[in-house]
Design a protein around this ligand. Sequence first.
Ligand code: ZN
Length: 440
Amino acid sequence: MRTNFYASLLLLTVPAFVCGQNPVKPTPNMTPRKITAAEVQKSAIVIDTHADTPQRFVDEHFDLGDPLNGGNLNLDSIHKGNLGAEFFSIWVEPGLYKGQYARRTLELIDSVKQQVAKHPGQIMFVTTPEGIEYAHRTHKFAALMGIEGGHSIENSIPLLRQYYALGVRYMTLTWSNSLDWADSSGDIDDKSIAHTKEGLTEFGKDVVYEMNRLGMMVDISHVADRTFYRTLVITRAPVIASHSGARALCDAPRNMTDDMLRAVANSGGPNSKGGVVDVNFYSGFVSQAYRDAEKAQKPEVDKAVADAKAKAKADGREFKYADEEKIQRSYSDRIPRPPLSMLIDHIDHIAKVAGVDHVGLGSDFDGVSGQLPEGLDSPADLPKITQALLDRGYSADDCRKILGGNLLRVFREVEAVSKELQAENRPKITDKQPFDKPQK
Ligand SMILES: [Zn+2]
């Protein structure tokens, strides 16, 4: 890594001495000019794999052209930070939308497309790696979509296929809720919830296989550890963790152990170049101190929420999710923000354990009630990450990989695997395949 850094510095100095028509003699004290973070940021295709802004599109009628107004992502900040592509999260709150998962999923998908339609000069709807590159070349922001939580497919492979047809290019197998076919890290220790025997049922394996066949990236953020390992055994394409960090630095079940980080790097078939872990910016996954402080606050927060609920009931008012979030945020805001260096520690740790080809960015912007490290409030602050990586000796090339190149490589490979699977006869991985005619 450090060797590359100095090699790139050397390269920068080369043109002046070698390539110019009139070679300039170096002055004795001339030091090689350091490439700036702004230059790296400008030359990189910056991709963020997770933002919850569609909740704002639908529930608050938020437009990407609006000021941030308490949120994290808008067009102004996207342009300032040269964010090239965002995977907008299609996340259906499982309690609030019980019985309407598909409807809410479709409304969120539509909200992303409406934003593209409203800003045709600035945003491009994209579903392929080439699309991301084309948008970058034409100075447009690429909007993509990933579904967060397999409950959106309502146990239906046909629904999964239709979400792909609508442009969804990854699916997080579970959110914080376990499903009939996959377990979540969010409730794996809850004895009152039914769990699978091995992490994925036979249907769950079909879902993963069909995602491989379609060319939809398999996202293992949020799943229980055993679901993670079961998925890795059967997936034919490399996987992504769209928004997770390193458990060695912050002990959250949403973060990944060193063994899991290496497993993602080795995921996919025998010729695979491996998957990518996109680091979540959420303070509670970045800093152990923040996490402990939040835990200590929990009884007080729970009481405040219960009191507000009771009061709303007494007043004959509806108590909404936004009301609860507001209370939560008022408490979280009292905990000191972790320094940005702690987030860089996660990127650095994953690069060291899994390799620099296996780490990226998954901000979780607009999904963490503003609980982000110091100085990191929107995509406009992304160049600070680039600067910090350069300061730690990462080369410009390595920075570009982390900023988006790695995700682009995985996305390409997922598409190649999909083409292979569609060309070959589908191998039987379970007795009952979605394509099979019913047995008479
Ligand atoms: Zn999430």
